[in-house]
Design a protein around this ligand. Structure first.
Ligand SMILES: *[C@@H]1O[C@H](CO)[C@@H](O)[C@H](O)[C@H]1NC(C)=O
Ligand SMILES: *[C@@H]1O[C@H](CO)[C@@H](O)[C@H](O)[C@H]1NC(C)=O
Length: 392
């Protein structure tokens, strides 16, 4: 009955639902001392609500009401949780402290580790990264910065309707997870904010990202080593560096990336569109069975690009070419405008040439001139209309 009382101010129908399924325990963070005033540190209240939800044997909801809650670095561990269905239902905003050192000296602002069945529904995360970016851009010594929201070693994760803005570094990181679904996510940071990748996925399988808007100063979505069975659909990307598989091949012993589908994406004014990028270093990594389908490019500098000669400042690469083997990559129905003459570039490894690239129905234009394609060490086939003409 405590549950019913807590929600007595809600309309009848939700009281009815709440009381009928009273087994679903609700934990309002204000009951644990959090204040929606934007200045009271609510970190401990979040941890206390988590401890209660985690101990629940029934599905549990942590409720964050409207308002602005100040939260420092926080880590939600799931190893000892009884509940395997904990949902954060967020109407308000979680804001990081204005002093960037408070969260910026750690790797993550809001971290989940070894959780199963955690959902984050709605809400806004505001990491207030601007002061750290200007520190970094001025060349002073500053902390590396924190990812806004990170999941490690977790299963059955849902992120639905969340907004994340002005991250210090990555906005969302999915690392060593199995089965995650991100939907209707809105990510925004200015185009000149350093390392503010939208969603970074690595060492994970079964990750789906749908219906999301991402505009940042780095990749909209980046996929690191060890990923399989990823599905990315209906994404608006820009500003930013595009959707990237990579950088890969830094390590010699590195897990590959396979079975990734990226479809129905618009790129607006981005540095890249669909990119695969590897270091020019020896590696046992690979990229295979990738589908890029239905993309619209609008003023994109490198709409289609494979770059296996990544080596900034020519440092740390022993001039051997990349060891990452790239094969079976399909581009289908890719249209729009390139902001540079070379709209399609396959710059593959001299030691591990790309093979099985297929182009089907590609039409990329550059101003009033025909765009160009550039290939090295790349093999494959083309069908349908392909403009610029294939160089495979
Ligand atoms: C590829 O990944 C999708 C999910 O994105 C999955 O449904 C499909 O079964 C996977 N295919 C293979 C061959 O594993
Ligand atoms: C290719 O795209 C250009 C620019 O959008 C368009 O004018 C042209 O008709 C297209 N070509 C074909 C064959 O569809």
């Amino acid at each position: 009955m405590a549950v019913c009382k807590l929600f007595s101010s809600l309309v009848f129908i939700s009281m009815y639902v709440t009381c009928t399924f009273a087994a679903n325990a609700k934990y309002n963070i204000q009951s644990y001392g959090a204040k929606p005033d934007g200045k009271t540190d609510s970190t401990k209240a979040f941890l206390a609500a988590w401890a209660a939800a985690c101990a629940s044997t029934a599905p549990a909801t942590i409720y964050v009401p409207a308002g602005r809650f100040l939260v420092g670095s926080v880590s939600f561990g799931g190893q000892t949780c009884k509940s395997n269905a904990i949902s954060f239902q967020i109407d308000g905003t979680l804001a990081a402290p204005s002093d960037y050192n408070v969260i910026g000296k750690g790797d993550n602002w809001i971290k989940f580790e070894r959780v199963t069945g955690v959902s984050i529904i709605g809400g806004t995360l505001d990491a207030q990264g601007a002061a750290l970016w200007s520190c970094k851009n001025s060349g002073k010594s500053c902390p590396d910065g924190a990812a806004t929201l990170a999941f490690y070693n977790s299963n059955n994760v849902v992120i639905n309707g969340l907004s994340s803005k002005n991250s210090q570094k990555f906005h969302i990181r999915i690392d060593s997870c199995h089965n995650a679904k991100l939907q209707a996510v809105k990510i925004s940071a200015p185009g000149n904010s350093p390392n503010t990748d939208g969603i970074h996925v690595q060492s994970s399988s079964g990750v789906t990202i749908l219906n999301s808007h991402i505009g940042t100063g780095d990749d909209c979505i980046s996929m690191g080593p060890g990923n399989s069975n990823l599905w990315i659909e209906t994404i608006a990307c820009g500003p930013g560096h595009g959707i990237s598989i990579g950088s890969l091949g830094w390590e010699e012993q590195e897990a590959g990336v396979q079975n990734v589908t990226v479809k129905t994406v618009t790129f607006t004014g981005t540095e890249n569109g669909l990119r695969i990028k590897t270091w020019a270093r020896p590696s046992k990594g690979f990229v295979k069975n990738i589908v890029f389908q239905h993309a619209v490019m609008s003023d994109v500098q490198n709409p289609i690009i494979i770059d296996q000669n990544y080596c900034p400042n020519d440092q740390n690469c022993p001039h051997q070419g990349s060891g990452v083997k790239i094969s079976n990559i399909k581009y289908q129905d890719i249209h729009g405008t390139s902001a540079t003459e070379v709209a399609m570039r396959f710059d593959c490894s001299k030691t591990q040439p790309c093979n099985g690239i297929t182009l089907d129905d590609v039409n990329l234009t550059y101003k009033d001139h025909p765009a160009q394609a550039s290939c090295s060490n790349a093999g494959g086939t083309s069908s349908g209309l392909v403009k610029p003409a294939s160089c495979l």
